[in-house]
Write a protein that binds this ligand. Structure first.
Ligand code: NAD
Length: 497
């Protein structure tokens, strides 16, 4: 069985821990690979390699760094199919979706190629006689990233390209469920000319994560994953004196006003709820239908849901693949049962679904629930599967109150033809990313991504300008080149003249 290794100091390193995680092909349900889990010493070796590399990378020229990033971008472009295949084989998502993930990750590499513009400092001349002040930003040192299973290539690319473009060196701990894509990203970075030790990968579980959070040579930690772990990461990283951004889970609401184009809204609800089998932190998991068009909207969504083609991600005719593990599939199914018991109407029931010839795969069908009480588990929890809950609201105000009462605030969207209502929504809704007739408003690379409330712990969002601020520290330099006329002793407190 193939073993996926660490990537430390520019080469593969096999774990000596004897502890392994199983890596499945979710479409067949078979374990095809294993991944070796790091020991504390192996994490320390990766951090030591990153620390040594920082000595030269941290002072390397912007020209050198961006030349490598441009080459890297070209290599990613040439290998996008291969990376997408690795994603599909271990995550299960369909190939076109995996290709989309690679493209969205490459956006951050493209942003990093332009770091010369982003890292320009500020200069004020003659703030006082013959005195100039400059503000510059410098790298932090060794920074770490801990990433979830649902975007095994894109989320690591939200982090390391910008971090290294800013002059830092990086240690990544990818999800143990689908680690091959990020390993390939590191190999390609090396091929692009990235010096050994600048980008390292340690595979593993809590042992590796905890060591990264405690390690005195790690300056900052970026995390993306579930809310309970994001909270834990923030607290522990702060306890150990580190800068931290920890992005958590979500329950994203799509508000549909009665004046919306209902066919368009139904199409978009389907795409955003069931794409990637609902395993997206920006998936729409709740539709809030306002007014008396709710029945018509639910009928339109149901009609579309029933026709979706579910199958292996490497079959070009599949629109939706399996879930990540058998346990997760069973948990998602349990929400359909509990929703019915707790008062929801099950309009389309996806539980118990199998794909012919792939009976052991981690497949589930799509579920549509209507009139879901806000007390039901299917409304309150992040299900992270292809289950769409519809709740009804009498008015715009009631709908916004519902969204604002949610513990999460990652993304949200409004569907309407009314510009005034859309404008009010943008200003009134408590979420970090808002779509107007756009169901999954994931910002482009040069704007930052992040939620509010229990969807983000820390101050700065990820990538874009916030990402650059996160991976650099400011310094202000006040300079005077003395003129003979300045000579003489003056014990007074310096003031401007
Ligand atoms: P997860 O929280 O289980 O795991 C994320 C990472 O944390 C993995 O690398 C994992 O190994 C590590 N980890 C897990 N348990 C740990 C523990 N007890 N101690 C230390 N480290 C631990 O998340 P997941 O299941 O891989 O991903 C799905 C979750 O991620 C969903 O909640 C989803 O909403 C969220 N997510 C959020 C965003 C966002 O941008 N806000 C993006 C993608 C995914």
């Amino acid at each position: 069985m193939k073993t996926i290794t660490h990537w430390i100091d520019g080469k593969p390193v096999e774990s000596a821990s004897g502890r392994h995680g199983a890596v499945y092909n979710p479409a067949t349900g078979a374990q095809e690979k294993q991944v070796g889990f790091a020991t504390v010493d192996e994490v320390d070796a990766a951090v030591a390699a990153a620390k040594a590399a920082f000595e030269t990378w941290g002072v390397s020229s912007i020209a050198k760094r961006t030349a490598i990033l441009f080459k890297y971008r070209e290599l990613l472009d040439a290998h996008r199919d291969e990376i997408a295949e690795l994603i599909t084989a271990e995550h299960g998502k369909v190939h076109s979706d995996a290709l989309g993930e690679v493209a969205r990750g490459m956006e951050i590499v493209e942003l990093a190629c332009g770091i010369s513009v982003q890292l320009k400092g500020e200069l004020s001349t003659q703030v006082s006689t013959r005195v100039d002040v400059a503000s510059i930003r410098q790298p932090l040192g060794v920074v770490a990233g801990i990433t979830p299973f649902n975007f095994p290539a894109m989320v690591p690319m939200w982090m390391f390209p910008l971090a290294i473009a800013c002059g830092n060196t990086f240690v990544l701990k990818p999800s143990e469920k689908d680690p091959s894509a990020s390993f390939r990203l590191a190999e390609l970075a090396s091929e692009a000319g990235l010096p050994d030790g600048v980008l390292n990968i340690v595979q593993g579980d809590k042992v590796a994560v905890d060591r990264l959070l405690e390690h005195p040579d790690i300056e900052a930690v970026s995390f993306v994953g579930s809310t309970p772990i994001a909270k834990y990461i923030q607290l522990k990283a702060v306890e150990h004196g580190k800068r931290v951004q920890a992005l958590g889970g979500a329950k994203n609401h799509m508000l549909v006003l009665p004046d919306a184009d209902l066919d368009f809204a139904a199409d978009q609800a389907i795409n955003a709820a069931y794409g990637s089998a609902g395993e997206r932190c920006m998936a729409v998991s709740v539709v809030v239908a306002v007014g008396d068009t709710g029945d018509e909207l639910v009928a339109k969504i149901a009609e579309r849901a029933k026709n979706l083609k579910i199958g292996p991600g490497n079959d070009p005719s599949s629109e939706m693949g399996p879930l990540i593990t058998r346990e997760h599939r069973d948990k998602v199914g349990s929400y359909v049962t509990s929703a019915a018991e707790q008062g929801a109407e099950v309009v389309v029931d996806g539980s118990g679904f199998t794909v012919e010839g792939h009976e052991d795969g981690f497949f589930i069908g799509v579920t549509l629930l209507d009139k879901v009480p806000v007390t039901a588990d299917a409304y309150r929890d992040e299900i992270f599967g292809p289950v769409l809950a519809v709740v009804r609201a009498e008015s715009y105000d009631e709908a916004v109150r519902l969204i604002n009462d949610s513990r999460w605030g990652n993304g949200t969207a409004i569907f309407t033809r009314d510009g005034g209502a859309a404008r009010r929504f943008q200003l009134e809704v408590k979420a970090g990313m808002v779509g107007v007739n756009v169901p999954i408003p994931v910002p482009v690379g040069y704007h930052s991504f992040g939620g509010w409330k229990d969807s983000l712990f820390g101050d700065l969002h990820i990538y874009g300008n916030d990402g650059i601020a996160f991976y650099t520290q400011g310094k202000v330099i006040t300079t005077r080149w003395p003129d003979p006329a300045d000579a003489g002793i003056n014990l007074g407190f310096p003031s401007h003249s």
